[in-house]
Design a protein around this ligand. Structure first.
Ligand code: HEC
Ligand code: HEC
Length: 322
C-alpha cells in the first residue's frame, strides 16, 4: 500500500514538473533580443516624445496618478517612474505594478531588450509581462515608431524611485506565458489613406483596448468599440468606457469631425492638472490630458477610422460613484 502511495506521489510530482517544464521551458516563444542599436537622432527623439506622451501614452500607465484631478494625470516629476498599481480589488488576477521605464531603471538594458519588452512582452530577465502592457498592439506597429519611443526613453530625466514587483495569481501566471510572440511590424500607412492611418493610430493609442468589452484575460467579449468595459476604483467609482461606434443614439454618430477634434483639444494639459474632482463627481480613466496633445490631423484620421466600424446600439452609463 505504502509503495503505491509513494509511486502515486511520484507520478503526480513528475506531472507537475512536466507542466512546469513546459510553461517555463518552452514559453515564452520569443526570439532573443538580438544586437540592435537604436540611433538617437533628433527626428526620432521628437517622434518618440509625441508617441510616448500623446499617442501610445506610456506615461499614463507608467506614472502614479493624481486620482483627485480630472482624468487622473500623472504626478509631476515622477513621469515614467512607474508605480501605478492594478490590483485584485480592480478585478486583476494579481497585483500588477507598472515598472519604472526612465533611465533610472533601464540604464543597463540594451536597445534590443527594450524593444522586445515593448513589442513582445518579455522583460530583460525573461519574465513575461502581464498583458495590461499593450505589447500585442505595439508588436503590430511600425518598427520605426518603436525605435522612436526607445530613443526618447533614453533621454528623459531619470526617476530613481523603487517600485513594487508584480505578482500574478495562478493560473494566469502560467497562461500568460503563452501569449508573447515575435512582433509582426507593419509600415505605417500614409495620411493620404486616412482610414488606414487612423486605424494604425487608434491601435497605437489603445482606443479599442478600453472601448471594447473584455474578459479577465483581456480577450474581446463584446462588439468592437461599443464600450461598456468596466474600470473599478474601489471606494471611489466605477467607470465604463463609452460607445464610440457611429450609432447615432448610443454612440458618437452625431458628433461631427470638428466637434470630435474640439472635444480633445479643449481638454488641455494645463486644465487637467488643475481641475480637482470631488468624491462622487464624474471622473474618468480616459487620458484626455494626454490625447489632447495629438495633432488635429491625427485626431481627424482616428475619427475617419471610427466612422467605418459597424454601428452598435449599446447604451452605456459611464460613471457610477462608489
Ligand atoms: C495600459 C497600461 C500601459 C501602457 C499604455 C504601457 N504600459 Fe508598459 N507596462 C505596463 C504594465 C502594467 C507593465 C508591467 C507588467 C508586469 O509586471 O507583468 C509594463 C511593463 C513595461 C516594460 C517592462 C519593464 C520591466 O522592468 O520589466 C517596459 C519596458 C514598458 N512597459 C514600456 C512601455 C512603453 C515604452 C510604453 C509606451 C509605448 C508602455 N510601456 C505603455 C502597462 C502599460
Ligand atoms: C484607459 C481607457 C481608455 C482609453 C485608452 C481610451 N478611452 Fe475613450 N473613454 C474611456 C472612458 C472610461 C470614457 C467615458 C468617460 C469619459 O467620457 O471620459 C471614454 C469616453 C470617450 C469619448 C466620449 C464619448 C461620448 O459619447 O461622450 C470618446 C469620443 C472617446 N472616449 C474616444 C477615445 C479614443 C478615440 C481613444 C483612443 C485615442 C480612447 N477613447 C481611448 C476610456 C478610455
Amino acid at each position: 500500500m505504502r509503495k503505491w502511495i509513494v509511486a502515486g506521489i511520484g507520478v503526480v510530482a513528475a506531472a507537475v514538473v512536466a507542466v512546469w517544464g513546459v510553461f517555463y521551458g518552452i514559453f515564452p516563444m520569443v526570439s532573443d533580443p538580438g544586437t540592435i542599436t537604436v540611433e538617437r537622432s533628433i527626428d526620432r527623439i521628437t517622434r518618440g516624445q509625441y508617441l510616448a506622451n500623446n499617442v501610445m501614452v506610456c506615461v499614463d500607465c507608467h506614472t502614479v496618478r493624481e486620482v483627485d484631478l480630472y482624468s487622473m494625470p500623472p504626478a509631476r516629476s515622477l513621469e515614467f517612474g512607474g508605480g501605478l498599481a492594478f490590483t485584485r480589488e480592480m478585478g486583476v488576477p494579481g497585483n500588477v505594478v507598472s515598472p519604472n521605464i526612465s533611465p533610472g531603471a533601464l540604464r543597463e538594458w540594451s536597445d534590443g531588450e527594450v524593444v522586445r519588452a515593448i513589442a513582445s512582452g518579455v522583460s530583460r530577465d525573461g519574465r513575461v509581462l502581464f498583458p495590461i502592457m499593450p505589447y500585442h498592439a505595439y508588436g503590430t506597429l511600425d518598427r520605426e515608431d518603436i525605435y522612436a519611443v526607445v530613443a526618447y526613453l533614453r533621454v528623459i530625466p531619470p526617476v530613481n524611485r523603487p517600485v513594487a514587483k508584480s505578482k500574478v495569481d495562478f493560473p494566469m501566471n502560467l497562461i500568460m506565458r503563452t501569449l508573447p510572440r515575435d512582433p509582426s511590424f507593419h509600415t505605417r500607412p500614409h495620411l493620404r489613406d486616412p482610414v488606414a492611418y487612423g486605424r494604425y493610430l487608434a491601435t497605437a493609442a489603445g482606443c479599442p483596448d478600453c472601448h471594447t468589452r473584455r474578459d479577465a484575460q483581456g480577450r474581446p467579449s463584446g462588439p468592437m468599440l461599443a464600450g461598456g468595459q468596466e474600470f473599478l476604483y474601489p471606494e471611489r467609482f466605477l467607470a465604463r468606457s463609452a460607445n464610440i461606434t457611429p450609432d447615432a443614439e448610443t454612440g458618437i454618430g452625431n458628433l461631427t469631425k470638428e466637434a470630435f477634434i474640439a472635444r480633445f483639444k479643449s481638454r488641455t494639459d494645463a486644465d487637467y492638472r488643475q481641475m480637482a474632482v470631488a468624491r462622487g463627481r464624474p471622473q474618468t480613466l480616459m487620458p484626455w490630458w494626454a490625447y489632447s496633445g495629438m495633432t488635429a490631423e491625427d485626431l481627424g484620421a482616428i475619427y475617419d477610422y471610427l466612422r467605418t466600424v459597424p454601428a452598435v446600439k449599446n447604451k452605456v452609463v459611464t460613471f457610477e460613484p462608489r
